[in-house]
Design a protein around this ligand. Structure first.
Ligand code: SF4
Length: 374
């Protein structure tokens, strides 16, 4: 296999990791040489093309859901740091990629595998002077010096959590040490980045949803702890999809709606001031698939409504279905110039009027609205 073929195979092997900046709804594509490019939204709002690739798909672990697990019968290869750096810079030169997401299987221990990724990143930064976006995966069990180097070189790093508790991880990644190998490393990343004010795009993580029998409430409780105590920038939720040839190939796939509800809940926490504990869960601790979490919260809290749009705080406006951060901000700004007293005024602020009307007063009046039937 030549270098380009290896890069293509390792790009294909990296597609299962969603913990890049891509997030839900982004679509991978191949470049003209068959390498995997992802449109990725950066924390500053820019969208760039990201090459997502593994240093190697050789792995000594045996995670039950993973196509690269040691017992999987797949073609294995590895790229030398110089070769991977050259492939990437070639793509940068052609305008095909602007950023790099680099992960790896674990071959020869976490630190040896990390050192190859760090060498790649170092060549890019020092030899080629690449100043663009770089996301490095920190492998479970990596040492503190390896983490420090990764944090120094990258814009963003991530350790995949995969499951919300040690008990759940044992079901799908029996070789991994949840507390020491993953949670402790997440704390180290936070401490190192805080000390040096590094990692402009922060630390992220990914969870496989639905493979280990965990509930949404268990997932969100753990993610909340990471937001509070490990400086997590954001979590990525990946609905489990069985892969042929893995021990979980006949496990039921997780509905994509479950992934979507988790992203909505996460968004409500990060941008709307909700706490995960406030959301409505079913008896199994899952977010109902049939209803939007914010709408469901409003429907179960009639005592909080209606809200007078002309006097409500921004925080209260954000509780109204159909009003988001942008429209809440505009309402607060514009109402100083005159009272909002008609649905058209609310619409002009960017609110989704049909959703919002049952929950608001406009200048003391409850506006007429039609119940949505479906
Ligand atoms: S550590 Fe687990 S998830 Fe990562 S490549 Fe190896 S088998 Fe796959």
């Amino acid at each position: 296999m030549d270098t380009w073929q290896k890069a293509s195979l390792l790009g294909q092997a990296a597609q299962y990791d969603t913990c890049a900046v891509c997030g839900p709804g982004s679509h991978k594509q191949r470049d003209d040489l068959g390498r995997w490019i992802y449109p990725a939204k950066l924390p500053d709002g820019r969208t760039i093309n990201l090459l997502k690739v593994l240093q190697t798909n050789v792995c000594e672990h045996d995670c039950l859901y993973c196509v690269n697990r040691r017992s999987a019968d797949v073609r294995r290869t590895a790229l030398m740091p110089e070769d991977l750096a050259r492939v990437f810079m070639d793509m940068v030169g052609r305008g095909q990629a602007m950023g790099l997401f680099l992960s790896s299987g674990v071959a020869g221990g976490a630190d040896r595998s990390m050192s190859r990724m760090i060498d790649t990143a170092t060549i890019l930064r020092r030899r080629y002077g690449f100043r663009g976006y770089m996301h490095l995966k920190v492998l479970p069990g990596a040492s503190q010096p390896a983490i420090e180097q990764a944090v120094l070189l990258a814009d963003r790093v991530s350790v995949n959590l995969e499951a919300p508790t040690a008990r759940h991880l044992a079901c799908i990644g029996p070789d991994k040490d949840y507390e020491q190998g993953i949670r402790t490393r997440q704390r180290w990343i936070y401490e190192v980045s805080q000390r040096g004010r590094l990692l402009p795009a922060g630390q992220t993580t990914q969870l496989v949803v639905g493979a280990a029998g965990e509930s949404d409430q268990e997932i969100l409780t753990t993610v909340d702890d990471l937001y509070q105590h490990a400086g997590l920038s954001r979590a990525y939720y990946s609905a489990f999809q069985p892969v042929a040839g893995t021990p979980l190939e006949s496990h039921a796939p997780t509905p994509l709606d479950r992934e979507r509800r988790l992203y909505q809940a996460d968004w409500l926490r990060r941008h709307y001031g909700f706490a995960f504990g406030e959301l409505v869960y079913d008896e199994q601790g899952n977010l109902p698939l049939t209803s939007d979490p914010k709408l469901l919260w409003a429907q179960t809290h009639p005592e909080r409504f209606p809200i007078e749009v002309n006097t409500a705080s921004r925080a209260d406006l954000l509780r109204v279905p159909g009003i988001g951060p942008r429209s809440a901000g505009r309402i607060v700004q514009e109402r100083g110039r005159g009272r909002l007293c008609a649905p058209e005024h609310l619409k002009a602020m960017g609110a989704v009027v049909d959703r919002a009307l049952p929950y608001v007063l406009l200048d003391g009046q409850q506006p007429a609205y039609q119940l949505a039937l479906w």
